[in-house]
Ligand binder design. Structure first.
Ligand code: FES
Ligand SMILES: [Fe+2]
Length: 414
């Protein structure tokens, strides 16, 4: 009993309940419904952690760009003429207008439509009309806000929105080795081509879907396709650092058909399923405390037949649709404020318990930092320069935080 409480509070040596023989209480429903918690997660998680976004084959040519959105942070990935990949916020440095409006394109330059400032593919400010007549305007300090990029061994692009020169969390801290996992060795990632994207909007907190994705306890009752896909009795989850891997053994028939469960969940919000004919990157994107957008990127093996690809593609499409219904109905009851939480099975729900442990730890640590600083900490936010030019801006900011413009009631109460 005592050890369960210690684990719940995050003080145990092992992941809460993961090795335990006793059931373990899940995160409470308030974490899935409150606006304040959502805002805290935007600061503690989505502004600080590495997030898998896409594969570099979607930026094949110099000038190609793609726009993404995570928890209200809109950003662009681009490939410059030298072939390097960059990421920056879709926010003009002049008066904050978005520099791109579509979802993707090929450009020589990013031109803001508001007053005509333009930026290179690397985000550097190229032109600010009429600003050459001003003294003390430093173009080099007015490029688009940079976002950290990491391209892993298999060509997947990750970003970290932490605004510091060096992000507090290194990619290796959370993910070292995950791109070299044994089962990836049988695949040549260059064989996969981008096929299509789709998305679904769901009336639930993003963590509801993460909990759902990370266990297959619900598979027999929900997914008629699963017995065809893999042997569910052998479904296994492994956890380490910031990832959760899923696997199941296969019959000869399943193996021959290129089926199976072979996915990795990357905390906070992305899963990647890699199979011989098909690859699915699934991103769980919060758009509010009780709303999410699920964005799917589907890749196919260029050597696979249409039938082989469609068999698995359509199966996964049905499965994610079935999960959406589960999440919506569970969230509806969380919103009604009757249910606080239930007791999870430490083996069959090892995945959600590990996911919740990671979420709890990172949120608590950030909350403690904010308590110590007596203010909210927004790691992705613009830092004003030390120069005299920003003195008035700093005073204005202070005045505003005194009025609680940017400080929640909860922080003021400290
Ligand atoms: S806001 Fe972009 S040029 Fe003014
Ligand atoms: Fe499911």
């Amino acid at each position: 009993m005592a050890s369960t409480i210690m684990n719940y509070l995050g003080f145990g040596n092992r992941p809460a309940g993961v090795e335990s023989a006793s059931p373990v209480r899940a995160l409470p429903s308030s974490w899935y419904t409150s606006q304040e918690m959502y805002e805290l997660e935007r600061r503690a998680i989505f502004s600080r952690k590495w997030m898998l976004i896409t594969h570099q084959i979607r930026l094949a040519q110099p000038g190609d760009w793609l726009k993404f959105d995570v928890a209200g942070y809109e950003f662009i990935l681009s490939r410059d003429r030298k072939g390097d990949i960059h990421a920056f916020h879709n926010v003009c440095r002049h008066r904050a207008f978005p520099v791109v409006e579509g979802q993707q394109g090929t450009s020589k330059i990013f031109a803001c439509k508001y007053h005509g400032w333009s930026y290179g593919l690397d985000g550097k400010l190229a032109k600010a009309p009429k600003y050459d007549e001003l003294e003390d305007f430093d173009k080099s300090r007015n490029g688009l806000f940079k976002i950290h990029v990491h391209v892993d061994t298999n060509g997947f692009i990750w970003v970290n929105l932490d605004g510091r020169e060096k992000p507090e969390v290194a990619w290796q801290d959370d993910f070292a080795g995950i791109d070299m996992q044994e089962r990836f060795k049988q695949y040549n990632f260059d064989d996969y081509v981008f096929d299509h994207t789709y998305h679904m909007e769901g009336a639930y907190n993003w963590k509801i879907l993460a909990d759902n994705f990370n266990e297959c306890y619900h598979c027999p009752t929900t997914h008629p396709d699963v017995p065809t896909l893999a042997d569910i009795q052998t479904h296994e989850v492994d956890t380490a650092r910031a990832w959760i891997t899923h696997k199941s053994s296969l019959t000869e028939e399943q193996e021959k058909n290129g089926l199976g469960i072979s996915s990795t969940y990357y905390f906070p919000n992305v899963s990647l399923s890699v199979l011989p004919h098909f690859m699915m990157l699934q991103r769980f994107l919060p758009t509010g405390p009780t709303r999410s957008s699920m964005q799917y990127q589907i890749f196919r093996n260029k050597n696979s037949s249409e039938d082989d690809f469609q068999l698995i593609n359509q199966m996964y499409r049905r499965i994610v649709g079935e999960d959406k219904v589960l999440c919506e109905l569970a969230q509806k009851n969380l919103n009604a404020r009757i249910f606080v939480n239930g007791e999870l099975h430490p083996r069959l729900e090892k995945g959600p318990l590990y996911f919740q442990k990671l979420a709890r730890e990172v949120v608590r640590a950030h909350y403690e930092r904010e308590r110590a600083a007596k203010k909210e900490i927004w790691p992705a936010r613009q830092e004003l320069p030390d120069s005299d030019s920003a003195v008035t801006s700093r005073e204005d900011e202070e005045l505003c935080s005194g009025l609680a413009c940017q400080t929640s009631q909860a922080v003021l109460a400290w």
